[in-house]
Design a protein around this ligand. Sequence first.
Ligand code: HEC
Ligand code: HEC
Length: 361
Amino acid sequence: MKKILYFFCLSIIVIGCKKDLAPLSGCTDSNAINYNPNAIIEDNSCNYFSPTPYEIITPNGFPDMLIPENNPTTIEGVFLGEKLFNDPILSANNTLACINCHMRETAFSDINQYSTGIDGIQGTRNASALINLGWNNDFNWDGSAKSLEDQAFEPIRNPIEMHNSWVNVENTLNNHNEYPKLFKEAFNINKIDSNHIVMAIAQFERTLISNNSKFDRFLKGLEPLTPSELNGYAIFNSEKGDCFHCHGTSLFMDNLFHNNGLDTEPFIDIGLAKVTNNIGDYGKFKTPTLRNVEFTAPYMHDGRFATLEEVIEHYNSGGKYSSTVDPLMKKIGVGLQLTNKEKEDLIAYLKTLSDNNFITD
Ligand code: HEC
Ligand code: HEC
């Protein structure tokens, strides 16, 4: 009897202990990214936040990329940003991702003159190609965004694009089975917020670097240009065509806004003036890069030209006069007077700026 009582008590103690002290092992350090708040016993499984730096190599002849100090590029951030860029989850009805208007095959631009948002509504501007964005000072045709982070806030809530609300996007991602872990790894946050969403997207966008065109290889002495391409280059780079003033340097753009003579007053789209309210900025638009221009049709802020031939005809005509037309459009009224052969050569040169790796990689 004494023995039975003894075992009875012992078993109660054991069972009781088991219940109270059920050893749940895991990472007990709240600083770790896999911290388990239910864990009692440390099992040395803690992983600490240590994202891997993603090295952006400055291509030959490019200036250094200006990366915001508070958003350094990391492998985890870029991976997450690319996933977000490709994911229709950011749109209100789960149908439209960034990549649908910025398609890789067309150097992240849209083949349509105007892109269509989730409600079937179209805007009035052609979707920009996303190329070497880390070297751009301003974003959108009128410069309405000053950083990539800033820019990425806009399409998600724009009623003619993804028409979502940030509260909704944050809730959806916080309740997702993959995203919370990816944000934890990229930014060490437990709750996903809009700031970190745009930070990841911007990190990915900075990696969209194009610098392996035929022309780049020509400059390195690795591949010759044909006589026609060389002649086109000469026209581009001299007073004859005068393209280089605005589309110069290895970026093929000057980080400025110009009125290149497409329209006269009154302007349908006032461009930069929409942002600055300055009457002298009417009809000025951001100079687009000409890298991969072979793939980015249609052309200009409103996609008015379907082909490079039409673009060249515009410049060859000299452009239209208005009070804000750029002084560099020197041949208004006279035109460049290029022969048909010279126009072909100029286009042949522009096509040497195509980088097939960029649109397939
Ligand atoms: C419905 C089509 C559409 C969707 C979806 C869309 N964009 Fe765009 N994007 C555009 C258009 C059109 C412009 C030009 C806007 C302007 O200039 O007013 C643009 C411009 C941009 C620019 C400016 C590029 C430059 O050189 O100035 C960036 C960057 C960009 N988009 C990134 C994104 C990201 C990131 C997403 C997803 C979060 C996204 N876009 C979703 C159509 C779209
Ligand atoms: C005064 C500055 C200036 C000069 C000179 C100039 N451009 Fe442009 N270019 C621009 C601007 C600004 C735009 C965008 C205008 C817009 O969309 O309203 C543009 C647009 C383009 C586009 C369309 C690119 C796209 O993605 O939509 C092409 C192609 C182009 N230019 C080629 C040339 C060529 C070739 C020359 C020389 C014959 C030339 N440009 C001379 C400023 C200039």
